[in-house]
Design a protein around this ligand. Structure first.
Ligand SMILES: [Zn+2]
Length: 264
């Protein structure tokens, strides 16, 4: 998903952080999530703004200079323990339908504003469902719902986030035209790890594997304002597949996963 270097190592630690929840981190998350205000550290949820932001600064916590999505302590943690582990989790990818056409129709500035607004609105829905947003990729948003962060109901949370995203009214900048986005959600084992950008500055966390390719394809197959939920996510969250909402999807190279549940 990225050009940065993939880190391996500290496998037990990362399995615990994303798979089960690290006791120290979970304690911090539970405390900080009750403090105002967003934005927050992506790992420990320390608030960076408002009264909460003021309070955490008194304890020496602040946004990292190099890596403003993380606090200085979590950034130090990523740097001290680079690595990753394979963890079963729910992955959500959304992107803009016909983005090449759209970027030709409106100015680059309007396009950038459209994408920024889309990220802002959808990120809030993902955060409400305890998702962890990976570094933004072009005009798409990639989020994971790891059990260590989200809980054992990560598949249900992923579906809930997809439904929440479809309810948002996203507009193309400078017009009243709706922005066409498609969403894919899938549950499976992914390799989640820290990645280092060129120059040695820690960039953040990313995911890799066949299941990541699969959810990207689901997102690409979804029509405008539609979410395609993989059978594995649906089984995990709700049980039997709803026959009326099943769609067949042709996917080269992925033989077994050719059906998905359509949400509109
Ligand atoms: Zn933090």
């Amino acid at each position: 998903m990225t050009d940065a270097d993939i880190e391996t190592g500290h496998e037990e630690l990362w399995k615990q952080v994303f798979g089960e929840g690290h006791p120290v981190l979970v304690k911090k998350q539970r405390r900080f999530i009750r403090w105002p205000n967003d934005p927050r550290c992506k790992l420990c949820y320390a608030p960076f703004a408002g009264f909460g932001g003021f309070m955490v600064r008194l304890t020496g916590l602040m946004p990292s200079d190099r890596n403003p999505h993380y606090c200085n302590k979590c950034d130090g943690f990523l740097q001290a323990f680079p690595g990753g582990a394979e963890v079963e989790m729910t992955v959500l990818i959304l992107d803009i339908r016909g983005s090449v056409d759209l970027s030709g129709r409106i100015s680059p500035k309007e396009y950038a504003k459209t994408v920024n607004k889309m990220r802002e609105i959808t990120s809030a829905v993902i955060a409400e469902n305890k998702g962890f947003i990976l570094e933004f990729q072009g005009d798409s948003v990639v989020a994971v719902f790891p059990p260590g962060f989200t809980g054992q109901d990560h598949a249900a949370k992923g579906i809930s986030a997809a439904r929440g995203i479809l309810k948002q009214s996203l507009k193309i900048e400078g017009s009243e035209e709706a922005l066409a986005i498609g969403v894919g959600v899938h549950t499976g084992p992914v390799y989640i790890c820290t990645v280092t950008a060129a120059g040695g500055n820690m960039q953040g966390v990313s995911i890799f594997g066949q299941d990541v390719n699969f959810v990207a394809r689901l997102a690409a197959h979804a029509k405008a304002r539609e979410a395609l939920i993989s059978p594995s996510t649906y089984y995990h969250a709700e049980g039997a597949l709803p026959e009326d909402d099943l769609v067949e999807i042709e996917m080269k190279g992925i033989e077994s996963a050719s059906r998905a549940v359509r949400l509109t």
